[in-house]
Design a protein around this ligand. Sequence first.
Ligand SMILES: C[S@@+](CC[C@H](N)C(=O)[O-])C[C@H]1O[C@@H](n2cnc3c(N)ncnc32)[C@H](O)[C@@H]1O
Length: 342
Amino acid sequence: MTNELPLHLHPHGSSPAADGTSPAIARAAEGARATAQVGAGLAREQKELPSRFFYDARGSALFERITALEEYYPTRCEREILETRMPAWADRLRARTVVELGAGSAAKTRLILDALVGSGTLRTYVPVDVSGEFLDSTARGLRLDYPDLAIAAVVADFTGPFSLPADVPPPHLVAFLGSTIGNFAPPMDSALLRGIASVMQPGDHLLLGTDLRKDVAVLHAAYNDAEGVTARFNLNILNVINQRLGADFDPSRFAHRAFYNHELHRIEMHLVARSTQVVNIPGLPATHIAAGESIRTEVSCKYDRASVTELLTSSGLALVDWATDSEGWFALSLATPISDRA
Ligand SMILES: C[S@@+](CC[C@H](N)C(=O)[O-])C[C@H]1O[C@@H](n2cnc3c(N)ncnc32)[C@H](O)[C@@H]1O
């Protein structure tokens, strides 16, 4: 892989600031991009917000609590697959660099790092995440526990332009865990994976976590936990938008709703307005929200082997191994760029 990921690329080893753009201008550009994205989402007939805005330090901490909930099976299932398969995969991959998109706490990633350190190949780990404060604390913990690894954290929105550090020795393993890909509805899912595939080199692999289709009651419980942690996580998106964009959402005037959309094979999370209201965001027209109207905050697509294979193929990637947990609820796919197999 080159050191540029994934959709809009900066020159080798550079950052926006190194390109001559001052950090203040880069921040202003990100602010304008965020406002434009939020404005476009709220202008749609089905209002929506980009799910990356869930994640400030509080949102990331709430997500961590979700992963420990009894109802939230994906983390448990993905961990089981990593425990079972990672030792053999490490021998096969011989990766010297792991780049992880949406790393979060990197708790499960430790199984990947342990296996690759055990095989004697791993040198560098690059966790990428939009939640800067949380990522810093993840990186600090990893540096203590893996003193021989270079841990180079990158705070970035992986749907936009960002650069990897200059020193990321091949072969690379790109880890995209937690079924975060499922938060991107078609065609964004394929665009994102195509961007990743385009910077991978022969010998590189993608390790993709995908949540699988299953009994709807199991899915429903996972997104409507009894303790209400997912509801708090969902509402936190409004706090983040208030803080980042100066909006005046009142979270107490919204209720959490999550349901399975059978036709599109996905969980949808919404915030339903408890009353008619007007929300103001600097730089955008006032948003009128009727009582009972909802804002979609997240989709979480659910897959089967055929749909994962199709997604990978349409993104220029070939499935080379597939593993599920013992319930068959979650899958990890190993994939390579298609040109690699020619
Ligand atoms: C569903 S969580 C998964 C976390 C972890 N990989 C796991 O498997 O438990 C999604 C992670 O991706 C990060 N994230 C979401 N959207 C992002 C974006 N557009 N750019 C960078 N990171 C993002 C979030 O901050 C969060 O840590």
